[in-house]
Design a protein. Structure first.
Length: 101
């Protein structure tokens, strides 16, 4: 989903959160990520179809100020409408570190 080889720190802006849905997303609508922050609060991040090496099965969101405001595990679950189907994709998670870790 995201490059977890590098640490992610509280306050990061512009971090690309990318999910591979496994099917083409070019016709998907009402797309967003449901996010559960470390303290249990839930927010939504607007996502958009994204292409990697010609593969159209990805959704992407770039973090903004205030998105990564807590240290701990974030859970991300994509939601979209594709044709007559509306539902959720697989949940992924990543860890955000406090400064100087």
């Amino acid at each position: 989903m995201i490059n977890t080889e590098n640490k992610i720190y509280v306050g990061a802006i512009g971090l690309a959160v990318i999910c591979d849905i496994g099917v083409g997303m070019s016709l998907a609508t009402d797309i967003y990520f449901q996010v559960r922050k470390p303290d249990g609060t839930e927010v939504t991040w607007p996502a958009a179809p994204h292409v990697i090496d010609g593969d159209q099965s990805y959704l992407k969101y770039d973090t903004r100020k205030g998105d990564l405001d807590q240290r701990g595990r974030y859970k991300v679950q994509p939601r979209m409408t594709l044709g007559n189907w509306t539902g959720h994709g697989e949940t992924s998670e990543f860890r955000v570190e406090g400064r100087y870790r």
